[in-house]
Structures are given as C-alpha cells and as structure tokens.
Design a protein. Structure first.
Lengths: 528, 193
C-alpha cells in the first residue's frame, strides 16, 4: 500500500465536524433538542469558546430562539433529528418569508433505516415545501465546509439554510483538517426594526412570499455554477447523479464512472443536469428514501432511472448498488445455518423504571406511551405499552381514548419528553375536564440519546445549575389537588403499585411522578 | 496500488467498540492512510448488537464496508461473529474473543458457535478472555490487547499505534494501555489457518 506523507488530519464524526464548521464560521448561538443522530453536534459545540449553547425544551423553541438570535445579528446553528423538523416546521416556513439577517443554519439529521427513530421520513421534501436551500455533505470534511458555506449562503440571500445529514454521515468519522475561525459575517450587530419584513400579518406576508420566490430562484441560478455541484468526468455507459452518502457508495462501486455530485440538493441545477445528461448514455439517479431528485429531473423531461433499481425503504449500501446494477461482480458472502438469537435493545438491568412496567403489565391498563428509553417497556418481558407515535403524544392520545369511551387508560411519559411537549397536554386535560392518570417516569436526564440535561435535571448543557421544575406546583396550577398528586420512589414497588391504583381510582385527572435517577447517570456522576 | 483494508469490529453495547475502533482508525491516519469509520449508536447502547466499520487505504470513499469484502472480522463476543457473515468472504480473517454473553431473553447460549466459526472461516484466531485479561493487566485493558492482536495483521508502525493510544485513551491510562497492546501483540492464542 502507498503511504502519503502529509500532516496528520484529525478524525471527526460528521456531527463533530458540523460543530467545528460552525465555530470556524463564527457562530454565536447553538440551540437544539437531543435526537439521534443529531445530538453530538451541540455536545461538541459547547466546548468551543465564545459560543452560547443550550438544550432548548423542544425543537420549535430551539428554532425560535435561533431565529431571534439571528435577527439580532448572531449567526445561529439549530440542530435536531428529522422528526424534530416536524415540531419546528411552523417557524421554519415563516422564517423563509421574513429572512433572518445573520446566518441561520438548521441541521436536519435524517435516519434512513430507522436505527433510532419512529419513522424514516425524507426531509428533503421540507426544503422544497418551505422553499429553502438545502445542502447535503458526503463526509466529515464536507460537513465542516458545507456548514461554513451554509452560513455564507444564508446571509447572502437572507434565508435560513438547511443542512441535511443522514445517520451514516452524522455517525461516520473521517479525516478533517482544521482552520482558524474567521469573522466573515456580513451583518452588523443588533436588531433592526422593519415591521413589513418581520411582522407576518397577511398585508406584509404577501409581499414577503413574492420576495422569497425571488430569493430561491436566484439560488437556483447560483446552483448552476456552484463548485459543490460538480461533474466528475469518467468512463462507462452509466452516468450517475447523486448526493450525500450515496455519492460515496456509487464511487466505491464505480470508481471510473461519470458522476454529477450535488452538494446543494434543493434547488437543483437544471442546465447543469441537462449538460451532464448529454455526456452519458444512461442516466441513473442514486438516492436513499424518496425519488426526490429523480422526480424533479423527470419532470423536466429528462430520461433518467433510479427507483427502478433501488428501494425507497431503508438505507442504500455499496453492496445494494453493486447488486442492482452489476450483480455479476458480487462476491459470494459467507452464511451459516446455525441460528443465533437476536439482541434487541432492552431496558438496562437495574434500570429504576423496570418495575413500573412489570406493575402496569399486571394491572392490565391501556398504556398510552411516549418516546424515550421507557418505550422499550412495550417489548417482552414487560409488554406494557400500547401506543407510541411521537414526542409528547402519550398524554393527549390518552385523552382522545377517554373521549371515545375507554376508561382504563394511563399515560406514561419521561421527564425530558414531559418538558418537550407533555406539559401542554396536561394543560389540555385540565382545561377540557379529562380524568386521566398521567405517570411521569423521572430519571433526571434525557437518557436514550446519551444523558442530556433538561428542565427536570437542575442543570444546563454547559453544566451550569438550572431550575428544576416543581411538579407539585405545576399540578396545583392546573387544579390537581394534593390527593390527586403523588411522588414515589421507583425502587419501592409496593409504593408504586399502591400509588397507581389509588390515583387511578380517584377517577379524576391525576399526576404521579415515579422518581429514580438513570443508573448510567449515577455511575457517571460518581466518576466525577 | 489501490489496496483497501476493511475491518469489521462487532460486539455488544458497553464492550467499548467505539473507543477501540476510534483507536484503530486514528492509527491508520497516523500511518499516512486515508481512513473512515462508520457505526451506529443510539438505541444500541442498551445491550444490543453493535458494530463498527473501519476502512483504510490510499483513498476511501464509502465509510461502510461493501458486503462480502471484510478483510478482518474482530468479534469481542463469540456469537456476534456469526451475525455479520454477509460482510465476510474467503479473504476474511477472524479474530474472536471467546466471551459468551447470553442475550437477556434467552435461557441458554447457543451451542456449537466456535465449531461453526472454524468451519466457515479459513483463518481463525480464538482469544481466551480470562487468560488475555490476566495477561494484559485486567478486563479494562482487554480491547487494547485485542488491538495488539489485530496489529500483527495490519503492519502499522508502532509509533502510529503509540500516538493514538496516548491521544485517545482516558487520562492516566496510556502507559497501562500500551503495555496491554504489547501483551496482545505477543499473545499466542489458539489459531487455525
């Protein structure tokens, strides 16, 4: 093997590289809500100097804080997983209208193959729907450089820029060379009053829509000549249009083929694609999930193929591309007839909240569940969760069931999720006279994503002390009286069972907090 | 020459695969190669199967090993070696630590795994975890010792390993990790080729 004698680059994950890119671009605010595979971006950003970072209570709040910071002149990075964009979508769409003054970059970390998610939605559709530019890096070095470029593009066109990653970009590591941070922001500090631009009443928003169409068309024009949309000339009958991790897979299998690699996946360059099409015999679009690029290319009347060969479900891989296009070159992999049992994820041995699910299973309630480690309570041996769709939905889905006549429902939610969007559900229950038992499993942290603090932890992202929400006062504030509120220790199963039964039997709205700090968190604190 | 080496490390959440694969990847970079690594973390922290793909060579595109193309399979748990056969073929050398961890929902560990591995792979190095742990300074240093075993196949300069061990292992443990690495390098485990 040939060895190159170069300065040794640093190994960085895509997430670490995005944080570094933001730092090099002079970012001043980083906000987000934890979610795989996006979490490590802010966890890396917090260690850089002169950057404010926070775990916001949810993604909508994170983006709102970010937009405010940008409007007042601070470059802002907002991070979340793909489904987080659903939560933040309201302000995402309208901030495209208003513009943002200082650079604003929203990271959407998509999760094809649902390694750790409730769906595998393709968030490129958001870029088109909200009329926002979207960049998609193909390795860690690009993740860093695209992040910097995204801030520049955002300020140049006064528009939020989406940076899309997928799990294989976010959680893969590759070589990155570092640069010093530069103050490249074109804007001056401070909020500049401009009501026709920033107050989106219909009278103002109509003209801003027209302006947004102008900005996104100008970006489409720029896309024709952008360096990150590049034709790599080559040999062979097949020519590929691809982006992100799929570029690496195609290059792996077709080292010599012509490729049009798109760095900007929305809007895409029509003239460049037509020119590339003229250079190749057989145009193939390689993309994970939906035929996002393929549909647009075909809509222009260009003959292309893509989903004919590749599934719109799950991830692609070098092997899948090889097997679909040149199956004759596939090696015969090993196989075995010896069956080995699967190792599904499970609640940790000794997890304080294991007993709760044993009890719920025994009591036989319909359990309206939520998102976090405790969702694993749905699996054997507990089998004690009956619905789980989205963040914060447990409390409100339970209310709907009650309206439809189900009496035997309890809602189960974790502390971070309760802060994220459970509290609004509690308020809705109180306001509309529901008689629901809400159980909060409080482990003092956001455990599933790797122990991020939240408003029930008493700590912030940077380790500073913070408020710890007082459940009792919250209950009192929504009219839950003392006999319908209880806090119990998760390690005392008899108390837990008694509390569940007694509160459920009140037949009224009740709040039960079952406390037991996450074991991994306790271990980590001991080490400190 | 465009030779690429593909190393697949597999095991169970909590066994330290992420640090071990970081060490290996950084060592490849130190040795002057292009290198990439891909893994999945999130839910798999909780006792699930975990894996890390490590690739190095003069230029690496995909961070994911193409199916059938692994050069080395390093299994930190015995039956996990069987779970990833689709990445393995005639060229794959197996290094397997004979730790046996029963999945939470199973009553027994499957029988005949070692025999099946020897039947399938042309080159197998089996490491006895008890002996290796004693020989390398304790359970904590076992992964570094296993990297020492891997080092014999990969032919990186020792300084490349030493630099990454000093840089990436927890503070105050570099010397002990280096000793464990050397112990692994000189380890004579059961081998059938």
């Amino acid at each position: 093997m040939k060895k190159k004698n170069i300065d040794i680059p640093i190994l960085m994950s895509g997430n670490e590289a995005i944080a570094r890119g933001a730092y090099e671009a002079g970012v001043r605010a980083g906000t987000g809500y934890p979610g795989t595979p996006s979490t490590e971006i802010l966890e890396a950003l917090v260690s850089y100097p002169d950057v404010y970072t926070e775990w916001s209570v949810n993604e909508k709040v994170a983006l709102e804080v970010g937009v405010g910071a940008a409007l007042a002149g601070a470059r802002s990075l907002i991070t979340m997983k793909h489904v987080g964009i659903n939560v933040a979508a309201d302000i995402l769409f309208t901030s495209a209208y208003t513009g943002i003054k200082a650079g604003l970059v929203v990271v959407s970390a998509d999760d094809p193959a649902l390694h750790s998610s409730q769906d595998e939605q393709d968030n490129r559709h958001y870029a088109r729907a909200a009329k926002l530019p979207m960049l998609e890096p193909a390795d860690s070095m690009e993740a860093k450089e695209y992040t910097k470029f995204a801030f520049d593009l955002s300020e140049r066109f006064d528009i939020p820029v989406m940076l899309r990653t997928t799990t294989r970009i976010a959680h893969s590591s590759s070589a990155v060379s570092l640069m010093e941070p530069v103050k490249t922001s074109r804007v001056s500090g401070g909020f500049e009053r401009n009501r026709t631009k920033y107050v989106m009443i219909p009278l103002h928003a109509g003209p801003r829509h027209i302006d947004l169409e102008r900005r996104i068309s100008e970006i489409a024009e720029l896309a024709e000549t952008l360096e990150i949309n590049r034709i790599e000339h080559g040999k062979g009958s097949m020519g590929f249009i691809t982006a992100g991790i799929c570029y690496q897979y195609v290059r792996e299998i077709f080292p010599e083929a012509p490729i049009l690699k798109l760095g900007l996946v929305h809007p895409i360059p029509e003239r460049l694609i037509r020119e590339f099409n003229k250079q190749v015999d057989h145009l193939i679009v390689v993309e994970e999930l939906d035929p996002f690029l393929e549909d647009q290319i075909k809509a222009w009347g260009i003959k292309a193929e893509g989903k004919k060969y590749f599934s719109n479900i799950g991830e692609l891989s070098p092997g899948k591309i090889r097997d679909a296009l040149i199956p004759e070159t596939a090696p015969a992999p090993f196989s075995s007839t010896l069956k080995i049992p699967p190792r599904p994820p499970a609640l940790c041995p000794g997890c304080p909240h294991r007993t709760v699910f044993k009890i719920l299973n025994k009591l036989g309630y319909i359990v309206s569940g939520d998102i976090g480690c405790y969702t694993l309570g749905a699996l054997p041996p507990f089998s004690a969760m009956d619905t789980q769709l989205n963040m914060g939905g447990s409390i409100t889905i339970g209310q709907g069931m009650e309206i439809a006549g189900e009496k035997n429902v309890v809602a189960v939610i974790g502390d971070s999720t309760f802060a994220h969007s459970g509290i609004t559900g509690l308020l809705n229950a109180a306001y509309n006279g529901r008689n629901e038992l809400i159980i909060v499993l409080d482990n003092e942290t956001t455990a599933m994503t790797g122990l991020q603090p939240n408003p029930l932890s008493g700590e912030r992202l940077n380790g500073e002390p913070a408020i710890k929400l007082d459940y009792r006062k919250l209950a009192e504030a929504v009219g839950i009286t003392d006999e319908r509120f209880r806090t119990v220790n998760a390690y005392k199963p008899d108390d837990v069972e008694k509390a569940i039964i007694e509160l459920k039997n009140t037949g009224k709205l009740a709040l039960l907090v079952i406390e037991g700090p996450c074991l991994i968190l306790q271990r980590k604190k001991k080490k400190k | 020459m465009k030779t690429i080496k593909n190393i697949l490390m597999v095991g169970i959440g909590g066994q330290g695969i992420i640090l071990a694969s970081d060490l290996l990847t950084q060592t490849a970079l130190n040795a002057g190669f292009d290198a990439k690594k891909s893994e999945i973390h999130g839910m798999s922290q909780r006792g699930g199967s975990v894996f890390s793909h490590i690739r190095f060579g003069s230029k690496i595109y995909s961070p994911v090993i193409p199916e059938g193309m692994a050069n080395v399979l390093v299994a930190l748990e015995e039956m996990e070696a069987l779970r990833w056969l689709q990445y393995c073929g005639n060229q794959t050398e197996l290094i397997v630590c004979q730790s046996r961890l029963r999945p939470a929902n199973e009553s027994e560990y499957p029988a005949g795994v070692a025999e099946e591995l020897k039947r399938i792979f042309k080159s197998v190095r089996i490491l006895d975890p008890t002996g290796l742990a004693e020989g390398c300074g304790g359970q904590k240093f076992m992964n570094t010792a296993i990297l020492g075993v891997v080092a014999n196949i990969l032919d990186f300069p020792e300084t490349a390993w030493k630099d990454s061990i000093e840089k990436l292992t927890p503070k105050g443990t570099a010397a002990k990790n280096w000793d464990a690495f050397l112990a692994g390098k000189n380890w004579s485990g059961e081998q059938s080729t």
